[in-house]
Design a protein around this ligand. Structure first.
Ligand code: ADE
Length: 265
């Protein structure tokens, strides 16, 4: 996965991604990062990249020319590596007006070889260049930030986790919260007792099947309580789970009744 970021603040992106798991992946080469300072592409002799919006209004707007030229430089670099006729990479514009980002979008974007992120600042970017280059408008939530750098880092982090080889244990990318609509079950580490609270007995039992069942039950409980919207989605896709559970409970009751009868003799 090769990330390319068009930004006025490359140091923010570099520092953010060169940390922790994504930092390690950059060192290993599982992911790569190429930041491009939009200001380096302005033809304005004072290095200006913004101007007042036509028609008036608050704040300044990023101009089309430096954004477009920075974009063209990235596309040329990619086609030098992949060949002239290679697929034009997707360009993600981070904007509160976009589609709200989620886990399935992260999984889908992780399938791309190159992704270009466009980070806006001030009051936004001239619409004409957005029309020409942007393929995906993505928001990270219904609130307004001062720029697209933090949202770009959020996306790159979530996408990186879905790239094979980024997580040490590949399983963890698919078992955590949101991978299947369910929130993750509670987890415990040493010591066994802390602040008078004991780790649930079943987790010490060594019975793998029982542990898995317990974890699913806790995930379901937690999701129903904290995110009833996600719980409904899971229920509608997993009806057979409840049918099997009901059958198991009925079988258990029948066996208990049989035992009671035997004892009564
Ligand atoms: N730029 C400013 N606010 C944003 C948001 N909520 N999501 C994505 N990009 C943004």
């Amino acid at each position: 996965m090769n990330f390319h970021v068009l930004t006025l603040f490359p140091e923010m992106i570099e520092q953010g991604l060169h940390t922790s798991i994504t930092g390690r992946s950059l060192e290993k080469g599982t992911i790569t990062l190429h930041t491009v300072n939009i200001r380096n592409y302005t033809v304005n002799k004072h290095k200006k990249v913004d101007d007042y919006p036509y028609g008036g209004g608050a704040g300044m707007l990023m101009q089309a020319q430096p954004v477009y030229d920075a974009y063209r430089a990235v596309v040329e670099k990619i086609s030098e590596r992949k060949g002239e006729n290679s697929k034009v990479p997707r360009v993600i514009y981070l904007t509160p007006q976009g589609r709200v980002f989620n886990q399935s979008m992260a999984r889908e974007l992780a399938g791309e070889e190159d992704l270009i992120f466009l980070c806006g600042h001030y009051e936004g970017i001239d619409e004409r260049v957005l029309e020409e280059i942007v393929t995906d408008n993505i928001s990270i939530g219904d609130y307004v930030l001062t720029g697209g750098e933090l949202p770009a880092l959020v996306l790159m982090d979530a996408i990186s986790r879905m790239v094979p080889g980024v997580l040490g244990n590949q399983e963890s990318g698919d078992t955590e919260s949101h991978s299947n609509y369910l929130l993750e079950y509670p987890q415990y580490s040493r010591p066994e007792i802390w602040h008078d609270k004991k780790v649930p007995e079943i987790l010490l039992s060594g019975d793998h099947a029982k542990v898995e069942e317990w974890r699913l039950e806790r995930s379901l409980e937690k999701t129903q309580k904290l995110r009833p919207d996600l719980y409904q989605k899971w229920v509608s896709e997993n009806e057979e789970y409840f049918i099997r559970k009901k059958k198991r409970e009925e079988r258990k009751k029948r066996n208990e009744r049989k035992k009671e009868k035997k004892l009564a003799f």
